[in-house]
Ligand binder design. Structure first.
Ligand code: ZN
Length: 311
């Protein structure tokens, strides 16, 4: 199949207080804070981006932090766990580091032949650190406390919990070019061989489970990667031809996007590599300024006054 999806682009979730979210992902997990901007649909709310040095697709986790967000309810039609790839031998370090920061974490567990640590972020968002069966060649961002031998490489897999995975599986295989890799009980893993990381999607069947609600501690949408605008528009055609309704192309300042709700209820996005995170900040200064899209620049003073201070 031509124009196969190039793995995950980013994942976007809802958080509670901005400072707590910033501290957890930047300090505890050691990700690079690559962009501080606002929710383009609600500019009095931040949009935070965490990733590797340059914000490579497949490493980008973004949040809309709301100071007084209600808690989401887990259920079907949702991404229910974000799995990060970590190196072999790093799980002891992470178990100790997470426990030292007050995170409830048990010993490593096995899933589909891989070892992982499961825990939740401060808002209850389920996360896993997974030692991949196949070596992960991606270069991680490192900090004084999280060195290269333990640092997160980017996404390993995202788990989607679905009342009936059939329609979602069909989107992955027939439109996105993924193939079924393995199955264990209710979990089926799909993979693309177009990329070396962020190449997996797990579908978890939960028939009879009610739909979840999206609020703090839950994933808002799952974004898949394409190279450029031409490929984005060809994918748009393919999604539309399958009978699903899909938005026109939207400019997200750092990438160009399309959105559609897949048959299992999860909001999917398809996003381009271009123009990338250096479009409005040099590499060395990523994440250090409050960046506003042109339509909000004239409201900067007012927005700076209402957005919580982050230190
Ligand atoms: Zn997105």
């Amino acid at each position: 199949m031509e124009d196969r999806i190039l793995g995950l682009h980013h994942l976007t979730a809802i958080a509670g207080p901005a400072q707590r979210n910033y501290d957890f992902y930047r300090h505890v997990l050691g990700l690079r804070f690559i962009k501080k901007t606002v929710n383009f649909d609600d500019p009095s709310t931040y949009h935070f981006y965490f990733g590797d040095e340059v914000g490579s697709a497949g490493t980008i986790l973004t949040f809309f932090p709301w100071e007084h967000a209600a808690q989401g309810r887990p259920g079907t039609g949702q991404a229910s766990e974000i799995g990060y790839s970590v190196p072999a031998g790093s799980l002891d370090f992470w178990q100790q580091r997470l426990a030292a920061h007050g995170v409830a974490v048990g010993p490593p567990e096995a899933r589909l032949g891989e070892q992982q640590l499961s825990f939740r972020d401060p808002d209850g968002l389920p996360l896993a650190l997974i030692v991949s069966k196949t070596p992960d060649p991606r270069t991680p961002w490192t900090t004084a406390e999280v060195s290269a031998d333990v640092a997160l490489r980017g996404f390993h897999t995202v788990t989607l919990t679905l009342a009936d995975p059939a329609g979602t599986a069909q989107v992955l295989t027939d439109i996105f070019g993924y193939t079924l890799l393995e199955q264990d009980g209710a979990r089926t893993r799909y993979a693309t061989d177009t990329v070396a990381g962020a190449a997996l999607i797990d579908l978890l069947a939960a028939p009879g489970t009610p739909p979840g609600t999206v609020a703090a501690g839950s994933v808002h949408h799952v974004a898949f990667r394409v190279q450029d605008d031409a490929m984005l528009l060809r994918l748009r055609e393919r999604v539309a031809r399958s009978g699903l309704s899909i938005t026109p192309q939207i400019d997200r300042q750092y990438f160009h996007s399309l959105y559609f709700r897949e048959p299992g209820g999860v909001l999917f996005e398809i996003a381009t590599d271009n123009p990338g995170f250096m479009v409005d900040e040099p590499l060395a200064e990523l994440g250090t300024h409050l960046l506003l899209p042109p339509q909000y620049e004239k409201r900067r003073t007012q927005l700076e006054a209402v957005l919580p201070k982050i230190s």
